[in-house]
Design a protein around this ligand. Structure first.
Ligand code: PLP
Length: 499
């Protein structure tokens, strides 16, 4: 990362350069016409031609057609179509994206270049003897992540953070079973990410929700009362989702371990700890990492991701199979099945090209670069928090903070921020802060961009209800029916056509 704090300089250009920092920018998103209902047409609505289907199809006649109407754009039409669609969206390459907990970092292009090298195109079924370089990279990434987290062994197989949690909990279950223990409960603090509850439940555990203490941290008395012979694990995020460091982590670890349970670290977001503190040293036994939040790989939008899992030596025999390791004798890399493996949680050794990007990022930054990233992540969060009017009830915080929208509805505030060219923070969670605005600028933003962010927050804080409730005004799409989109999605243009 360069000395000027990253490549993602969102500083305004041209005429705006002399603008006083406390004036918010406004932002107009691409629209095809001024008419809100007119979106970029689908390719199939633009131009199609009937394509003949030959007789040679290896399918029965009653399952084949004679011809098919297929989109028929010219290359420039196609390029413009996708460019327009991209302009109707908002991403970290449009402007700041301070999404708390779910961390949206700029994805530096050099990692894409590395993943696009012809030599990175390796078939997953290649024999290990002819894929030693691939396996060496994976083994080194396991090693890097192990050192970053203070863990003895790492699997790269799980394809997302939530999948990592599920894998970690399966490992905990297998460990207890191997010890002849039947432990049915996983404890999760009320401020935890929703996936923690879901992962534990999916693995068949009863989930016990632990209320936070007044200061937003784990309540030690409540934890003492909650643990027992049934406790399989406590899942903890540290710093927690309020950005607060659990200062009593050693006491927490003792309480859980004394009861015979394991301590699970939700390391989705390691941005405050990188190069400074390690979950393994705090007493955690198993953890996952989100390479898309901490190590700048793209959030997949549902596409390929990676949520590696690290464990202490005690839990290593239970890792998923295959596990990449180096044979001590021959020095060859190999794919091995750990003795008491929980099995497979994804294809092959994981999502290779995502792992290449994470490897490239970590290797490029090195120890110093990673420590610098965490310093700037914490500095940026604290700098931004100082500038904004909204109240921040809990602190001192690290890489993120949770402000309260007060009398305003956090969801409305979020929509309005888009009009100022700022992606909204995470809203309405954790519930311990009313109308929560969970904000994480990350280390990538410059001071100018942080000032732009603060100006946007403050502009919205001072606006009247009618304006905020009617937002966004200047985006391509306005209020979207999110519930209908989630519950009854229409996934093809034919479904639209049928209406
Ligand atoms: C994002 C996140 C997860 C889940 O990760 P996914 O990759 O989205 O499945 C878990 N815990 C925390 C704290 C997170 O922020």
């Amino acid at each position: 990362m360069s000395d000027d704090n990253g490549a993602a300089d969102g500083a305004p250009a041209g005429d705006d350069a002399d603008r006083p920092d406390d004036d918010p920018l406004t932002y107009d998103q691409a629209r095809w016409t001024a008419d809100d209902d007119r979106y970029e047409p689908l390719l199939s609505e633009k131009r199609t031609s009937e394509v003949e289907i030959g007789d040679g199809a290896p399918l029965p006649d009653d399952l084949t057609r004679d011809s098919l109407a297929l989109p028929d754009p010219s290359e420039p039409e196609l390029a413009r179509h996708y460019t327009r669609l991209s302009e109707m969206n908002y991403g970290v390459e449009n402007g700041p994206f301070p999404l708390g907990s779910c961390t949206m970092k700029y994805n530096p292009k050099f990692t894409e270049d590395v993943a696009a090298l012809p030599s990175a195109a390796v078939h997953p079924d290649r024999h290990p003897d002819s894929a030693q370089g691939t396996l060496a990279l994976l083994a080194r990434l396991q090693d890097y992540l192990g050192r970053i987290g203070g863990m003895d062994a790492v699997t790269l197989q799980p394809p997302a953070g939530a999948a990592g949690e599920f894998t970690g909990i399966l490992i905990a279950e297998a460990y207890h079973e191997a010890n002849g223990e039947d432990r049915s409960e996983v404890i999760v603090p009320d401020s935890a990410h929703g996936t923690n509850f879901a992962s534990a439940a999916l693995a068949g555990f009863d989930v016990l929700e632990l209320p936070s203490a007044e200061d937003g941290r784990v309540d030690l008395d409540a934890l003492e009362a909650a643990v027992g012979d049934d406790t399989a694990a406590l899942m903890l995020t540290n710093p927690n989702t309020l950005g607060l460091f659990e200062r009593d982590i050693e006491a927490i670890a003792d309480i859980v371990h004394d009861a015979g349970g394991l301590l699970y670290y939700d390391g989705a977001n390691l941005n405050a700890l990188l190069g400074r503190a390690r979950p393994g040293d705090m007493g955690f036994d198993v953890m996952h990492y989100n390479v898309h939040k901490t190590f700048a790989t793209p959030h997949g939008g549902g596409g390929p991701g990676a949520g590696p899992v690290g464990v202490t030596a005690e839990l290593e025999p239970f890792l998923p199979t295959p596990h990449v390791r180096r044979d001590g004798g021959s020095g060859q890399y190999e794919l091995a099945e750990p003795e008491q493996s929980v099995g497979k949680v994804h294809g092959f050794a994981g999502n290779w090209l995502v792992l290449v990007k994470a490897f490239a990022y970590i290797a490029r930054l090195g120890d110093e670069g990673l420590a610098d990233a965490s310093a700037k992540a914490v500095l940026n969060a604290n700098y931004l928090a100082e500038q904004i009017e909204y109240e921040i009830p809990f602190g001192p915080f690290h890489h993120e903070f949770v402000a309260s929208a007060g009398e305003q509805d956090a969801a409305d505030v979020a929509k309005r921020m888009l009009d100022y060219g700022v992606h909204p923070p995470t809203t309405k969670w954790p519930e311990i802060v009313s109308e929560a605005l969970m904000t994480e600028p990350t280390e990538i933003e410059t001071r100018r961009t942080l000032d732009q962010l603060a100006a946007a927050f403050d502009a919205v804080a001072d606006e009247d209800d009618a304006t905020v409730e009617a937002a966004p005004e200047r985006t391509s799409a306005r209020r979207i029916d999110q519930v209908a989109a989630a519950r009854s999605p229409r996934l093809s243009w034919q479904a639209l056509d049928d209406e």
